[in-house]
Ligand binder design. Structure first.
Ligand code: FCB
Length: 474
């Protein structure tokens, strides 16, 4: 059903302005408090997939209270009222399934209380890719039993945190997680693979099966939350990516872009809001002679969970064209048109952020949307010069994208929160420590923090000041 109402942010719920992070990227302390091992310890610590000596062993030391209290004090100065962070599953349940670890519960409860004491509400992500190693070895999300594994974990989290937390993000970006799993496995097999967010044809079945399990796991966790009578709002965070073609693109290019949209965006959105998987994607899978392990009612079960909000991670659109050498029906190829202004995660296009939010409004019944991630990093931008970091490009990116979001809201999109990725520079997965995304510069050797120019720009935007992109050209 379409809603024509104007943006509603009930008086009791102020717009959320925040920043986001994820456990493995910031915590360090991988042996502290009986933490179990996750698949990312295996990738980086054991196999050095991000390069020699690069791992989450220390990261930005955020597990240590003395450290994070100083960080919260910095965030507080910007006027944020929300902080999105994730819990490490292998801290709560060190082997993934068995005994609950009271030290981890104690730690995260203290962290949440410390946030709240600073006037910052927690937005708790249960799963941001750090699958307990034993479960990854049992097949991870490709195993349908992962639905039960995750539900068990979620029930422990709800039982221990629902009294303190109102907003839960069940899972983060299944699509990008799968892409990392693929590239990690290929590198382990000795291939020099690069990260590719759009699954290749030979990865399609494993991707779509895993996405189905992740959405079913989230739906099961949501049902359990409701059944136990907890109060709160639950959603999943998707990396939504408009697919674009060049002007003058051929019909084949447009078909390829539409199909890529089916895999990247509609696969998730249609299941969550329409209770079905997109027919064009299913048809291409069938034409390619591939078989999915999806059961007839799965998508309906996912929709029936009735999502309280949609978490949107937006960075960039993706340019698609028809792959001339493609053999079968699955032909999309990702490319970056020459001369495109791009950040690490793709072309800088605030207009596509507006288009995406408008699409959710018109095609998916105007759900409550929380921007769970938006931000950018640029090659060589974050230079510490005379004690300061002038991250002009990031500042301009934030101004442009926040403007686009406000325009969408003014046009009726039901956006109720916005979180910058990220508060701090941190461990950017397989890219290690060189791809900085933070508004706070971190010296990874000394753990010194230096707020960048973007932090003060963001603080002004939160106050509602008019800031233009030109104001960022310091
Ligand atoms: C997103 C991830 C997040 C971070 C940013 C840059 O895809 O959710 O952990 O890596 O990109």
């Amino acid at each position: 059903m379409m809603s024509t109402s104007s943006p509603v942010t009930p008086a009791s719920k102020p717009f959320l302005w925040g920043a986001a992070s994820a456990a493995y990227q910031v915590e360090g302390g991988i042996y502290t408090d009986q933490r179990g091992r996750s698949v990312w310890d295996y990738y980086l610590d054991d196999l050095s997939l991000a390069g020699p000596g690069i791992s989450g062993a220390i990261a930005i030391n955020f597990y240590e209270r003395e450290q994070y209290l100083q960080d919260i004090a910095l965030l507080q100065q910007w006027g944020i009222n929300s902080y999105r962070f994730s819990m490490a599953w292998s801290r709560i349940l060190p082997d993934g399934l068995g005994v609950v670890n009271p030290a981890a519960i104690k730690h995260y409860r203290q962290f949440i209380l410390d946030l709240k004491a600073a006037g910052i509400e927690p937005m708790l992500t249960l799963y941001h890719w750090d699958m307990p190693l034993a479960l990854a070895r049992a097949g991870g999300w490709s195993n349908r039993e992962s639905i039960d594994w995750f539900t068990r974990y979620a029930e422990v989290v709800f039982a221990n945190f629902a009294d303190l937390v109102e907003l839960f993000v069940l899972v983060n970006e299944p699509l990008v997680e799968h892409a990392f799993t693929m590239v990690a496995n290929e590198r382990i097999a000795g291939q020099a693979s690069q990260l590719a967010i759009l699954p290749a044809e030979h990865q399609l079945v494993s991707a779509l099966n895993a996405f189905n399990h992740i959405l079913l796991a989230s739906a099961a966790a949501k049902r359990s939350f409701q059944a136990k009578g907890y109060q709160g709002r639950l959603g999943v965070a998707l990396p939504l990516m408009p697919t674009l073609t060049l002007e003058g693109a051929s019909e084949q290019d447009k078909v390829a872009a539409r199909l890529a949209d089916g895999v990247l965006n509609r696969w998730f959105l249609d299941a969550l809001y329409k209770g079905s998987y997109p027919a064009d994607v299913l048809a291409v899978v069938a034409q390619s002679g591939l078989e999915l392990s999806i059961q007839p009612d799965d998508a309906a079960t996912i929709q029936a969970a009735q999502w309280d909000y949609l978490g949107v991670n937006y960075y960039a659109p993706m340019f698609i064209r028809h792959r001339a050498t493609a053999q079968g029906a699955y032909t999309p190829e990702v490319f970056l048109p020459e001369g495109t202004y791009a950040a690490f995660n793709g072309p800088v296009r605030p207009d596509q952020f507006l288009a995406l939010l408008t699409r959710l409004q018109t095609e998916y019944g105007n759900p409550v949307v929380m921007i769970t991630e938006n931000g950018a990093g640029f090659p060589n931008e974050d230079q510490l010069v005379n004690g300061a970091v002038h991250d002009t490009q990031r500042s301009r990116y934030l101004v442009g994208h926040i403007q686009a979001m406000q325009q969408a809201r003014a046009q009726g999109a039901n956006v109720q929160g916005y979180h910058v990725w990220s508060s701090h520079d941190n461990l950017e997965w397989l890219s290690g420590y060189d791809s900085r995304f933070g508004m706070i510069y971190v010296d990874f050797d000394t753990q010194q923090r230096i707020p960048k120019q973007s932090a003060s720009i963001y603080a002004r935007l939160i106050k509602g000041e008019t800031v233009t992109e030109a104001d960022c050209n310091l």
